[in-house]
Write a protein that binds this ligand. Structure first.
Ligand SMILES: [Zn+2]
Length: 272
């Protein structure tokens, strides 16, 4: 699943290709992808809108249009392709946007878990899903104190709490493991067992891990449409997630467990 750094890379890549273009047609072949409004309204309202900017909020891509924000979540496998307008539809291409009457910009999603919202710009941030998102990893309001306040009464494992997008938005399963490894904290510890100092460490390491990944995403990714996608990208840089064998820090065997249903890697010697 793409995480924040990958979503930022996608946004930056798309920016170069589609800012300033106008959506002149739209077709939806898998209606469940359109979460809001209805498919008919979505198509009607989006036609004629110019793409002014592309940013991110959490793991959402935010396309700023003339009067709307188009939000797209890639979920597991969503990606984009540019085609000729009359190119044959691939079976995994579910939403088509024609740009300037000559480019077919297509949302491709094998699993069909992707979601799109078209929200009025005026109050988009007061509506779902934007109103439910917590602080960005680089928001100055994100401090150890903030995290402590959010988790110190919770009995869920810290691994699960860091995935809660209403606390910090943008952390996914992979970087969660990395952050906890760097912070020397076991993913199994409960929120109410994490000290203020440990919250400070988590916030610091969240910035460290995501900044580094974003920087690499900006320089290493060649094509966000590649079938290997972003999974291959940071693999060599990951300290713990996906590693089989010994911890590079202490030599202990890395264990893989499930926490809240998510595959979790950690070193029981380094992480207490
Ligand atoms: Zn270790």
């Amino acid at each position: 699943m793409p995480e924040k750094p990958e979503v930022i890379t996608v946004a930056n890549t798309l920016k170069k290709q589609i800012i300033g273009k106008t959506i002149t047609d739209c077709s939806v072949y898998w209606e469940n992808i359109i979460a809001y409004p209805t498919v008919d309204e979505f198509k009607k309202e989006i036609i004629g809108q110019k793409i002014k900017n592309i940013t991110t909020r959490g793991k959402w891509l935010v396309f700023e249009l003339d009067s709307y924000l188009l939000l797209i979540h890639l979920r597991m496998e969503g990606k984009f392709f540019f085609r000729e307008v009359d190119d044959i539809k691939n079976k995994h291409e579910h939403v088509f946007f024609t740009l300037d009457r000559l480019i077919s910009f297509r949302f491709h999603d094998v699993r069909k878990f992707g979601k799109m919202y078209l929200l009025d710009k005026k109050d988009a941030y007061e509506k779902k899903p934007l109103c439910e998102l917590g602080l960005e990893y680089n928001d100055s309001e994100l401090t150890g104190d903030y995290l402590y306040q959010k988790i110190h009464l919770k009995k869920l494992p810290i691994k699960t709490l860091l995935l809660d997008q209403s606390i910090i938005t943008g952390i996914g399963n992979i970087y969660d493991d990395e952050i906890l490894f760097l912070s020397h904290i076991s993913p199994l510890r409960k929120g109410n067992e994490i000290t203020k100092q440990e919250c400070n460490d988590i916030v610091l390491n969240t910035r460290k891990v995501l900044d580094e990944a974003i920087e690499m995403g900006g320089t290493t990714i060649k094509s966000f449409t590649s079938s290997e996608g972003v999974h291959g990208l940071f693999q060599n840089k990951l300290a713990i997630h996906g590693r089989i064998g010994n911890c590079h820090s202490c030599g202990n065997l890395i264990v893989k467990i499930k926490v809240g249903g998510r595959g979790t890697y950690y070193c029981s010697h380094c992480q207490k």
